[in-house]
Write a protein that binds this ligand. Sequence first.
Ligand SMILES: [Cu+2]
Length: 271
Amino acid sequence: MATSLITYATVVFPLHGGDVRAPSAVFEQIFEVFLLLGTAVGVVVVAYTMYHALKYRDDGSGTDPYADKVERPEMGELPTGGTGGRKVFYSFSISAIIVVSLIAWTYSQLLYIEQGPDPAQEEALEIDVEGYRFGWDFIYPNGHTANTLRVPQDRVVRLQVTSTDVFHNFGIPELRVKTDAVPGQYTSAWFTANETGTYAAKCYELCGSGHSLMTTDVVVMPQDEYEAWYNGTEGSAGSGDQPAANGTATESTSLGTPTAGDVATTGGAPA
Ligand SMILES: [Cu+2]
């Protein structure tokens, strides 16, 4: 039943991914939980302190209103009585429970960020990212290479990030993506964008005089617009990522009039 539902969903919604929790949503939730708990703890501590400061304030009469109820320790004497440390025990155990559950929950959220959504259920769009001094190349499954990253809305995008020269670090702050770009090595990152629009990608590793120029656009497009754009990119008939039905015409025209980019991408692939 579950399997057939998943199959149905992948057939009807091939660009599935809208129900995947985006990294930005996860980090937003972590922030909100910490903010709420921190505020609650702060309110309790400050209120408790104020209440006691008010309750036991000096009323100016010079007499101790609790003289008959408690035995005050003399200077240098340890206080006696109390409730056997029950308050200390409660406050310590409640704090420990809160802190340990926070650590466990946050860790589970970060594991999700680390691993990404289940690949069996999410057909991800895989894009290679190559950093160089000073810019980024985005290489699509069909070999199309561009300096602007275009992705469809509501779809899991997996990035394989590397560098062709020195250490860089690829990040899209608004989408909460950030990973090292190391020469000779691939690091992976993923995201899904629920809102269309233009976001900024930047380099986060000081890599030379043009480091601050390593900024580029990430354009999140509606899925149909993205598909139309992708089918029109050079060499789009080569891969199985998109339906090949209307890719044939585009391919023959683009092969008929090869540009410098065509030669570079299509010539490089088979060799
Ligand atoms: Cu850089």
